[in-house]
Design a protein around this ligand. Sequence first.
Ligand SMILES: Cc1ncc(Cn2c(C)c(CCOP(=O)(O)OP(=O)(O)O)sc2=O)c(N)n1
Ligand SMILES: [Ca+2]
Length: 529
Amino acid sequence: VTSIREFTHEFMIAQGLTKVFGNPGSNELPFLKGMPAEVQYVLGLHEGVVVGMADGFAQASGKPALVNLHAASGTGNAMGALTNAVYSQTPLVITAGQQVRETIGQESFLSNVDAALLTRPLTSWSMEPACAADVPRAFGQAVWEATTGTKGPVYLSVPYDDWDQPSSPNDRHLLARSVTEARSLSQEQLDRLVRRLDRADRVALVLGSAVDTVNASDDARILAERLNADVWVAPSPYRLPFPNRHGQFRGVLPAAIAGVSERLKDYDLVLVLGAPVFRYHQHSPGQYLADGVELVQITEETGAATRAPFGEAIVADVAGALAALSGNVAARPNSRSGSWRESTPAPQAQDGIFHPAKVFELLRENAPGNTAYVVESTSTNEAFWDQMDLRLPSSYFWPASGGLGFGMPAAVGVQMAMPQRPVIAVIGDGSANYGITALWTAAHYNVPVTFIILKNGTYGALRWFADLLQVEDAPGMDVDGIDFAALARGYGVTATTVASEKAFIDSLSRAASSGRPHLIEVATSLTTP
Ligand SMILES: Cc1ncc(Cn2c(C)c(CCOP(=O)(O)OP(=O)(O)O)sc2=O)c(N)n1
Ligand SMILES: [Ca+2]
């Protein structure tokens, strides 16, 4: 008789879930027993790193990732990483071991009390099956909940004595199941939108990260060029949905109410695709939109449509909408299409201290054009977008809720999913500490990420926020004196500390040709975000 474990392993392989990102405890061992050779277990040394790696892997591969955590303590460690994954709608199937079913009520050691509640509201679905016989169906539901409707992380807690129970012959039906969806614009919605776009004088496209998640930036560019529309990226992007040096690219909208309405005030129609309206961050009250500006939002995320405070929302497949719109709007004269903007020269490094813009200029000039960047350096965004020239989909990954500890692990996950592209992680010296153990996994599985640590010795973004909020004496702002090269070597990753542009370029090219992970730490000056 097939056990529930054996059936579940077979189902995982049938679903293509052939990597398990995990950190094990005793509750998980009965699930991990006899794992088929087709399944690779990727060990992370902290559950935040495990979920960060799975998040990067799932985003870069475009497929769900399977995670296995240790009951409540493991799940608790993963919650910070889940704040990102839930906002990037990353399909993660998070499983966790539970104590023996009959001992949960008495809360014996390692019981995950109220397991199905533990991850709410950071999972769209969570469950602990009411009996062992329901585990296979619940596992299937977890996979389809993660990948259908508003996609995102889900959670399944399984008592560890369930795995040895016999699987039912009915479970075989699960192997034949599929769950798909089609939520394209209706013909009437499409016709109405095309008429509005064709009649509008000055159109702005505001593109969200989901446009890159669904790999639709090419159609976004075609639509923008046909409309001769200005293109903005929606606030707080965790992906790049449009080439940032394209002649029609106007920048990333500030994550502030007044800032957004100021930049959108001269348009008569704003079309938002694949973004919430909007993910503001610093609070600067004002009019949501200037008078005369109309806004239409197309999103796959029902909640982003229903909770928006203004504009007309359509819940529909974003890639399909872009393909339909770009094929139906009238073409306008456009001298900008296909043009590329030059970048501004970065300030020179002084006495071994680099302006972050100089680091980015050296990356633009020396890293391969198909490099994918995983960035978690919270005071250098402006310099990054000024200097970088990213033209390919899946070229930029950022923690979707700003939950730090994403960058280094996600870079490992992205590189595992895209072995054909170089991956460079650009990490602040504050952020690096939240996911630093990812270096061990990079070394252990030889994942050739180049990690660049920008050392300004402080929580730069918080200094900027402290000024904004007039908090003169904020404590806990400094993180100086950390030797990341020594930490990297301690986890098995080679490292260099560079103090000149030549040394930076040499380290970069040596790292790229080594085929191994490498860390480069560079002292940088403090800039405003
Ligand atoms: C898990 C977690 N903890 C704390 C913060 C708060 N935080 C912190 C601590 C920041 C400073 C990060 O410093 P850095 O060195 O990585 O980058 P910059 O110096 O460029 O800001 S930005 C920010 O929002 C967070 N976002 N996420
Ligand atoms: Ca810093």
